[in-house]
Design a protein. Structure first.
Length: 130
């Protein structure tokens, strides 16, 4: 009879940002904190990853400025694929302006943000698994 694992399940995060060094740094730090990170550098990659892994992504971190599609439009397209996943908007814009552009976001991270703020925000929006 197998012994149940005492290790908690890793959370899956889709990290969408066109700044490759930021994606790499965040992926490394979040991986060390117990998250599996799916990187995406543009809207097409993000939508492909969300469609491929729908139902298994616990949160999305979304930059509002991407090279191929606006973050606001991408957020709406993501909602059409996976309506319940919390989306954290990351932007250099002020919170009020980001909220107007990205209605339906679960949380906001003002760039530049710290890794501690990123982890704390993820912990706030991701519901505990039962």
């Amino acid at each position: 009879m197998p012994v149940p694992s005492q290790e908690p399940a890793r959370r899956r995060v889709l990290f969408v940002d066109d700044e490759a060094p930021l994606v790499s740094l965040a992926a490394h730090a979040l991986s060390r904190a117990g998250y599996d990170v799916i990187p995406a550098h543009n809207g097409r990659q993000a939508l492909d990853a969300l469609r491929r892994d729908a139902g298994s992504i616990d949160a999305i971190i979304l930059d509002l400025v991407l090279p191929d599609i606006s973050g606001a439009e991408l957020l709406q397209r993501m909602r059409a694929v996976e309506a319940s996943v919390p989306i954290i908007v990351a932007s250099g814009l002020e919170r009020a302006q980001a909220a107007r552009l990205a209605a339906g976001m679960a949380a906001f991270l003002h760039k530049p943000y710290s890794l501690a703020d990123l982890r704390a925000t993820l912990d706030q929006v991701i519901r505990p698994r039962r």
